[in-house]
Design a protein around this ligand. Structure first.
Ligand code: NAI
Ligand code: MG
Length: 789
């Protein structure tokens, strides 16, 4: 049968635009307000190149007004309680459903995506997110009682899923009691403005949601604003990096959903016809302008040619054209700038010697279109295999073994998603854990649901959107408000400078320089330098090695070489942790003497710190096999396993105070979750840590699990923060040090957790222990598995 157009009417959308005189103001404090600059920019329909409307260009002054409005209403909104907020979110969800057609058409016109997708995917998911989070608002008091809202949230979203990205950000933020200033993408502001109108209509309290339209400069003003407590961003890795650096050290929280180059892995026993449909959804959904697009097709060599042939046949059937046509598969690219970027990368691929294949049917001559494109047998190092193209371009390459498939899949700086196709459940579930990505789809692709978290590993960013795990981006532990500006130091024993000797106890050796501990062995410092360690009252105690960059490199390498630890079960790791506790208990008095020697406290106080450390080890031994994931209830015929995975190699810069307890309270939860760590212990009192490796040595901890590099923390921390093979960093030190760590961590987008110069009481179980440490030691992978009939 030949194809006949079936266009959806644009009347309602045009009526909406006309009602606003095709000119949109800023939505601030519940009112429509002209921009301070009095300037407007045009939003076009990329399928016709015709302007749709004029949009206000917000500047720093407008952002300031919006933040002020959000701040003013914050106490009232947070104080409203979960149930009242649930009612508002529910009302928004209902309104979206009632206006679903208008939203779908408007989105298609503004963005160029096919109406089939906006109607069947984007808009229903938007409603789903508001319903789901109405539920979380309702349950917040009972499920998350140790947490509270963060405050005013600045949200910056891209143009590829304009309303959906809005929903992913606004629904959890409002549910958890925050207020929002949203900056839509400059190409696609219209549905956000329609959304604002809906919020106005349902009587959402003024200022809870503010929409400030504009381009990058408007976003940058929002990022910089001192009264914004958190930035949530989706967009390019480049801008994500700019934002990370801009707010480093400010104490603002940050979540980033960035780019990807996700693998779509096909094993020889896969159902190739399903695979072909999967590929269509993976890379031609939304013209390939999808951060988690399956843009790298990895296919087992034995079936590669068959699959390429099937794929080409299918590509011939794809209809490229008017986005409002219900039969169209591929619509227009959002803007001519993006068409140019896509084409430049395709030309680069051709220039590098790869053949591009495109179906014979041509794109409409009017509008910004790009044909579906396939590159086969591309080398993994090719530009087109490494760079995010963000268009309808698929890059395919063969693999010969399962091992090679995993290696190719992970051969990217990104880690957003992956698809695994095979009829062999054992194979699928052995590949899934080996892939470094936030979502892994088994025999499916591009699956999303409000109940499941979505977000990246590595340079694809951090934080999750959706699911219970996503809520933590919009709440903070109530405990955080109780942190101190000064470190908690033990009371110096009244009658003596060296309480330990006064007590008649022999002091530990002072004649040797404590070594570092790398790869399970004592290590001398590369530079050959050592540092004198003195008690708090100034008495010489001994010396420790002064580590440098080379020592850190060795330590990171040793941490990477150790796979034994991460491959152990939680139970097996728990056994080792209990063993550590047992060995520490045996040497309790010796460790207490060391603490008293360095800190000058009474033996009684020192013994208490050791006992608390032992208890803390028990805590994380207990958690090792209990901090587990969830099975999310998402879409029909699937279950979604949300599994916390170790971050990988974690750098830990310990607090100077509480030299034993601060070390144990950070290192033990990190390794309990399966990470290998490179630790810089207390700079002023490192000897408890250097004594501790004897305990590690006798407790069956695999070499390379804990690596200890002593030295000057403000020199070592930046090295670790910028190190490319460190996956995450925790820093407990000064405000300035925190700024540096956050700034430098943006090089490879490693996860960072810093204290901004705020101090914990490490002996307190609320401040010094708990799930928050485990959350920072893990990242959640969501694995979608077919399940049910
Ligand atoms: P972009 O990252 O520049 O834009 C995303 C959002 O950030 C927009 O709202 C923009 O106005 C805002 N923005 C830009 N500069 C900013 C700054 N300095 N401070 C604060 N906000 C700022 O993405 P763009 O230029 O639209 O697309 C370029 C490439 O980025 C695409 O080709 C694609 O590779 C990638 N991209 C990835 C997305 C994803 O979902 N991961 C979404 C959009 C683009
Ligand atoms: Mg537009």
């Amino acid at each position: 049968m030949s194809y006949g157009p079936a266009p959806e009417s644009a009347n309602a959308a045009n009526a909406f635009l006309e009602a606003h005189g095709r000119t949109f103001q800023l939505f601030i404090g519940g009112n429509w307000q002209p921009p301070a600059s009095e300037t407007y920019f045009e939003s076009i329909n990329p399928s016709t190149k015709q302007p749709l409307a004029k949009i206000a260009e917000g500047n720093a002054e407008d952002v300031d007004a919006a933040v002020a409005a959000a701040r003013e209403v914050l106490p009232a909104w947070a104080g409203l309680g979960g149930h009242q907020r649930a009612r508002y979110l529910y009302a928004i969800a209902r309104q979206i459903q009632k206006h679903a057609r208008l939203f779908s058409v408007l989105e298609s016109m503004d963005n160029g995506k096919p109406i089939r997708e906006t109607r069947d995917i984007d808009i229903p998911l938007v409603a789903r997110h508001f319903y789901h989070h109405a539920g979380w608002a309702q349950l917040m008091d009972t499920e998350l009682s140790a947490y509270k809202e963060i405050g005013v949230i600045g949200q910056i979203i891209p143009w590829n899923f304009p309303l959906l990205m809005l929903a992913w950000k606004i629904a959890p933020a409002l549910a958890m009691g925050n207020t929002v200033v949203l900056k839509p993408a400059e190409y696609t502001s219209l549905t956000a403005l329609l959304f604002a109108e809906i919020c106005q209509n349902i009587g959402l309290p003024k200022g809870v949601l503010n929409v400030v339209t504009g381009a990058g400069a408007t976003g940058a003003a929002l990022v910089k604003h001192p009264n914004v407590q958190k930035i949530a961003f989706t967009g390019s890795t480049e801008v994500g990096r700019i934002i990370r650096r801009a707010i480093a050290g400010s104490g603002k929280k940050l979540s980033l959903e960035l780019g990807g180059k996700s693998p779509f892995i096909v094993f020889e026993d896969a159902d190739l016809d399903s695979v072909v449909e999967g590929v269509v959804d993976a890379i031609w959904f939304n013209q390939g302008q999808v951060c988690c697009a399956g843009s790298r097709l990895l296919v087992e060599e034995s079936v590669s040619e068959v699959l390429y042939a099937k794929l080409k046949a299918r590509m011939e059937q794809l209809i490229v054209g008017n986005p409002l046509d219900k039969c169209v598969d591929i619509g227009a690219i959002v803007d001519k700038v993006q068409v140019k970027t896509i084409d430049e990368l395709v030309q680069k691929g051709i220039h590098e010697g790869y053949a591009a294949w495109q179906p014979t049917a041509i794109c409409p001559s009017e509008g910004y279109y790009y044909p579906p494109t396939l590159f086969t047998n591309v080398s993994p190092a090719a530009t087109i295999a490494q760079e995010e193209i963000f268009g309808p371009v698929l890059v395919a390459m063969p693999f010969r073994s399962h091992k090679e498939a995993v290696a190719l899949a992970n051969n990217t700086r990104y880690g957003l998603a992956a698809s695994v196709w095979t009829e062999d459940i054992n194979l699928a579930l052995s590949i899934a854990p080996q892939i470094k990505a936030g979502s892994v789809w088994v025999n499916c692709t591009n699956m999303f649901d409000a109940a499941s978290g979505f977000g990246g590993y590595r340079e694809s960013g951090f934080g999750r959107e959706g699911g219970r795990e996503g809520l933590f981006e919009y709440i903070q532990p109530r405990m955080e408000a109780t942190l101190s500006d000064k470190p908690f130091l033990p009371k110096i024993a009244a009658e003596s400078k060296t309480a330990a000797s006064k007590n008649g106890l022999p002091l530990p050796d002072i004649d040797r320089t404590a070594k570092m501990y790398i790869g399970g062995k004592q290590a001398r410092p590369d530079g050959g330098y050592s540092m004198v360690i003195r008690s708090r009252s100034g008495t010489y105690i001994g010396e420790v090695a002064e580590g440098n960059r080379k020592d850190l490199r060795n330590a990171v390498e040793a941490a990477h070489a150790n796979s034994a630890w991460s491959n152990m079960t939680g139970h097996a790791r728990a056994q080792v942790l209990y063993y550590i506790a047992e060995n520490l208990a045996v040497r309790r008095a010796e460790f207490a003497r060391r603490l008293a020697q360095m800190g000058g406290q009474t033996m009684e106080d020192a013994l208490l710190e050791v006992d608390t450390a032992i208890e803390r080890i028990y805590t994380y031994a207990a958690y090792a096999d209990k901090y587990d994931g969830r099975v999310h209830s998402t879409v029909l015929n699937h279950v979604t396993l949300a599994m916390p995975e170790a971050i990988g190699v974690l750098a830990i810069i310990c607090p100077d105070e509480s030299p034993l307890l601060g070390f144990v309270s950070t290192v033990i939860p990190a390794i309990a979750m399966g990470n290998s760590v490179v630790v810089v212990p207390s700079e002023t009192a490192p000897l408890s840590a250097t004594d501790f490796y004897q305990i590690l040595d006798t407790s069956d901890v695999p070499g390379g699990t804990v690596n200890i590099v002593t030295g000057k923390k403000e020199e070592l921390a930046p090295e670790l923060a910028r190190h490319d093979n460190v996956d995450g960093i925790w820093y407990f030190g000064t405000k300035e040090g925190s700024q540096k760590v956050e700034y430098l961590s943006s090089d490879n987008m490693k996860r960072s957790w810093v204290n901004y110069g705020k101090y914990r009481n490490w002996s307190d179980t609320v401040q010094g222990a708990g799930e928050i440490f485990l959350r920072h030691a893990t990242q959640i992978k969501n694995i979608w598995i077919p399940y049910g009939v």
